[in-house]
Design a protein around this ligand. Structure first.
Ligand SMILES: Nc1ncnc2c1ncn2[C@@H]1O[C@H](COP(=O)(O)OP(=O)(O)OP(=O)(O)O)[C@@H](O)[C@H]1O
Length: 549
C-alpha cells in the first residue's frame, strides 16, 4: 500500500491530530459508560462530583468528535487533491507509448474512481481509531469488573475476527474483479460519448451496444459489488450473533456457574451492549478499507504499467531553445509490440537530417509510418535502436525533455486548449489577434483574458486555431501532420503557398506530412515511406521534371 503510506506522509499533521482527538473522544465515551453504570447500580445519594464528571466527559467527547469530523473533511478533500495531482504528474512524466498502451479508459477510471475510493476510505481511519479506543476502554472496564467476562469477550472477539477475515478474503477477490470491469466500463462510456452520432443514427448498432457491450459489463459490476457487500453484511451479522450469544451467556449461563449479583450483571450487560455500536462500525470500516486496498493496488499497478517502458521522464523547467544547426536521425527504429507478433509494425531503420530553413515533406500511403516517424522525430517516442543527434550531440534520456522544446506540432489528432496556456504574454496576445485575422477567424473567435472565446467550430476552423497556437509557440522546428487535409481549396493554397514559405523564410525547419501531391513540388525534399521504410527521397527539381508525385 505504497500510495497510502505516501498520503499519510503528505497530511501527517491532520491525520495525527484526528487520531489523537479520536482517542480522546473514544476514551471519554468509555469513561461515560463506566459512570452511567455506576449511577445505575449505586444505591447511595447522587454526588455533585458525579454530575460534574458526567457533564465534563460528555462535553469532551462531543468537542473531540466535532473537531475530528472537521479534520476528516479536510483530510478527505486534501487526500483527493493530493492523489489527483500525484497521478496527473505521473501521467505527464510517463512515456507516451506506455500511456497509449494502458489506454484512456484505465487512466480516467483511476483518476476518478480510485482516487475517490482511496480518499473516502482514508478519512475513515480516524473513525476506526475512535471506535477501537472505545472498544479498548470498554474492555479495560470489563477486565476491572470481572476477569472472566473480559476473557469471554476477548475470546468472542478473536473468534469473530478470524471468521470475519476469512469471509473478507472472498469479498476482496470479488471487489478486485469488479474493479477490473470498471476499466472496461469507462471504455464503453468513452464509446458512448465519442460514438454518440453513430449510435443515434443506427438503431441496431445502438441496441447491440447497449445489450451486448455496456449492459453486460455494468451488470457484472453490479453483481460483483453486491456479492461482496453481501459478504460484508453476513460478516456483520456474524459479529452481531456473537455479541448476543455473549449477552445470553452473561445473563443466563454465567450467574449459574459464578455467583454474581444483579448489580454486577447489569454492569457487564450494559458494557457489552454499548460495545455493539463501535464493533459494528469497525466491521463496516473494515469492508470500506478493503475497497481502499483494491483501489490503491490498482493505482500502484497503473503507476507501474505507465513507467514500465523506462524511467519516468523529466518534466522540469528548461530554457526555450531559440535555434538549432542540424538535426539527424541515425538508423532509428520503433516497433509496436503486440500480443500477436505476426502483425507487428516496425518503422525503420531510418536516417535523415533537417536544417533550419528547410521544408521536408513526409509522404506515403495510410499506415506507412509517417505519424510514427513524426513521434520519433519530436522525441515523443524513444527510439528502440539508433539515435537522434541535435547539433552533433546524441539526445539522451536526460536530454529528451529539453530536446522536445524545439518542436511545435499540429498532429492530426491534435487537442485544442481553450486557454492559451503558457502563451499569454502581451506580445503573444497581440500577435494572436493579428493571426486570427490572417487565418480568417476574426469574425468567429476573439481572445479574451488569454482564452479563446469559443472552440465550437468546424474541424477546419479548429485546425486553424491549432495553427495559431503553433505560431505563438514560435519554435525552431514545425511539424504538421496532414494539417491541410480538412481545409477548403482556397485556404489549402494559402497554407502551402503563403504560410509555409513565410515560415521557411524566417529560418524555421518544416516537416509536413501530406497526401496533397499537387503541392509536393514546393518541398525542398520529399521523403516517401512504405511499410515503415524510406523508399524514395526526391528533390523538387526532380519532382517538377516528373520523376515523382
Ligand atoms: N498506437 C498504436 N498501436 C499499435 N500499432 C500502431 C499504433 N499506431 C500505429 N500503429 C501501427 O503503425 C502503422 C503506422 O501507423 P502511422 O500512424 O505511423 O501511419 P501513417 O503513415 O501516419 O498513416 P495515415 O496516413 O493513415 O495517417 C500502422 O499501420 C499501424 O499498424
Amino acid at each position: 500500500m505504497k500510495v497510502i503510506s505516501l498520503l499519510m506522509r503528505a497530511s501527517r499533521g491532520h491525520f495525527v491530530l484526528a487520531v489523537v482527538l479520536g482517542v480522546v473522544s473514544g476514551a471519554s465515551s468509555a469513561r461515560l459508560i463506566a459512570l452511567i453504570n455506576k449511577v445505575l447500580t449505586d444505591e447511595g445519594p447522587l454526588q455533585r462530583a458525579t454530575v460534574l464528571t458526567f457533564v465534563g466527559f460528555g462535553l469532551v467527547a462531543m468537542v473531540a468528535r466535532t473537531f475530528t469530523q472537521m479534520l476528516l473533511v479536510r483530510l478527505n478533500s486534501g487526500t483527493l487533491y493530493e492523489l489527483r495531482m500525484r497521478l496527473s504528474r505521473r501521467i505527464l512524466s510517463a512515456p507516451l507509448r506506455s500511456l497509449e498502451q494502458v489506454g484512456n479508459p484505465r487512466l480516467l477510471s483511476s483518476l476518478q474512481e480510485d482516487a475517490i475510493v482511496v480518499s473516502q476510505g482514508l478519512v475513515q481511519l480516524p473513525s476506526l481509531v475512535i471506535d477501537s479506543a472505545t472498544i479498548l476502554g470498554c474492555l479495560l472496564y470489563l477486565a476491572w469488573l470481572s476477569v472472566y467476562v473480559f476473557l469471554g469477550m476477548v475470546g468472542v472477539l478473536v473468534l469473530g475476527i478470524t471468521a470475519y477475515m476469512l469471509l473478507q478474503r472472498r469479498a476482496r477477490a470479488l471487489l478486485f474483479s469488479a474493479r477490473q470491469k470498471v476499466n472496461a466500463l469507462f471504455g464503453h462510456f468513452g464509446a458512448l460519448t465519442g460514438g454518440i452520432k453513430e449510435l443515434k443514427l443506427h438503431r441496431r448498432r445502438r441496441m447491440a451496444f447497449l445489450d451486448e457491450a455496456l449492459e453486460p459489463t455494468a451488470a457484472s459490476i453490479r453483481t460483483l459489488f453486491t456479492r461482496s457487500a453481501d459478504i460484508g453484511a453476513l460478516s456483520q451479522a456474524w459479529g452481531f450473533l456473537l455479541i448476543f450469544s455473549l449477552i445470553g451467556l452473561l445473563l443466563f449461563a454465567f450467574p449459574a456457574f459464578v455467583g454474581v449479583d444483579r448489580r454486577t450483571l447489569v454492569g457487564y450487560t450494559l458494557v457489552v451492549l454499548y460495545l455493539q455500536q463501535p464493533l459494528d462500525s469497525v466491521m463496516n470500516l473494515f469492508h470500506m478499507l478493503l475497497r481502499v486496498g483494491v483501489a490503491a493496488r490498482n493505482m500502484e499497478e497503473l503507476g507501474l504499467s505507465i513507467t514500465q517502458q523506462g524511467a519516468e521522464e523529466s518534466t522540469a523547467e528548461v530554457e526555450e531553445p531559440r535555434s538549432f544547426q542540424r538535426l539527424e536521425l541515425v538508423g532509428v527504429t520503433h516497433a509496436y509490440h503486440r500480443e500477436n507478433e505476426d502483425s507487428r509494425f516496425t518503422l525503420g531503420p531510418i536516417s535523415l537530417s533537417l536544417e533550419p530553413g528547410e521544408c521536408l515533406f513526409l509522404v506515403g500511403g495510410n499506415g506507412s509510418g509517417k505519424t510514427t516517424l513524426a513521434k520519433l522525430l519530436t522525441g515523443l517516442y524513444r527510439p528502440e535502436s539508433g539515435e537522434l543527434r541535435l547539433d552533433g550531440q546524441v539526445v539522451t534520456d536526460a536530454e529528451r525533455n529539453r530536446y522536445r522544446q524545439h518542436f511545435t506540432t499540429v498532429f492530426s489528432d491534435f487537442h485544442l486548449f481553450e486557454q492559451l496556456l503558457g502563451l499569454a504574454s502581451p506580445a503573444q496576445l497581440a500577435r494572436a489577434s493579428e493571426l486570427l485575422r490572417r487565418l480568417q477567424l476574426d469574425r468567429k473567435v476573439r481572445i479574451e483574458n488569454g482564452r479563446l472565446s469559443t472552440t465550437e467550430l468546424s474541424l477546419g476552423q479548429r485546425k486553424r486555431l491549432a495553427l495559431l497556437t503553433a505560431y505563438l509557440e514560435d519554435r525552431p522546428i514545425y511539424v504538421f501532420d496532414e494539417w491541410a487535409a480538412d481545409q477548403d481549396p482556397t485556404f489549402k493554397d494559402v497554407f502551402y503557398k503563403e504560410l509555409l514559405p513565410e515560415l521557411k523564410a524566417t529560418g524555421k525547419a518544416l516537416v509536413v506530412i501530406s497526401h496533397d501531391d499537387r503541392y509536393f513540388s514546393l518541398a525542398d525534399r520529399v521523403v516517401r515511406l512504405e511499410s515503415g521504410l524510406v523508399v524514395e527521397t526526391t528533390s523538387p527539381a526532380l519532382l517538377r521534371s516528373g520523376t515523382a508525385g
